[in-house]
Design a protein around this ligand. Sequence first.
Ligand SMILES: [Zn+2]
Length: 192
Amino acid sequence: MSEKYKLGAKPQPRACDHPDCSEAGVHRAPRSHEALRDYYWFCLTHVREYNANWNFCKGMAPDAMDRLAREDACWGRPTWPMGSKGAAHKAQPDFDDPFDVFDEIRRNRQSGAEKETKSAVDHPTLEALEILGLQEPLTMEALKVRYKALAKELHPDLNGQDQEAENRLKVINHAYTVLKKNLMQNTVDEAI
Ligand SMILES: [Zn+2]
């Protein structure tokens, strides 16, 4: 080993912290949720594997059974046995995550969760209520009164060739049908 190398003019990257890997460990990942500033160092392959596992363990499921399963699977992370390898690299200089691997995976995960929440709000009955300007709890009488008033207001006899009024009437007719069907269904259920 040359004198120049010993002086550390150009610091060498540590090895990947995965026990069976000899790649350079240039991507850092927090050791635990409690020690976010304490890092493992991995190659690209292993930082991805580690981060995928991290995200799974971080997700808080509302269902108790699911949470228990998570805790079971995530106990004693990481999933591979960590040898004494990590301790040898303590004095190494700090490296950043040049490809933003950790952030990228987290971002993808978040955008997926947002899409799921949005689709849950999309419901034909709620949409119909909004179109007619009505609210739950809805009675058949209130629905008919509201529908008659709107249908009269938008009637072709009063609006001539107004295409917009005609289109609006179509939408209102559809919303009325949806809500009427819904109310009749509920009445049948109660009768049984
Ligand atoms: Zn590796």
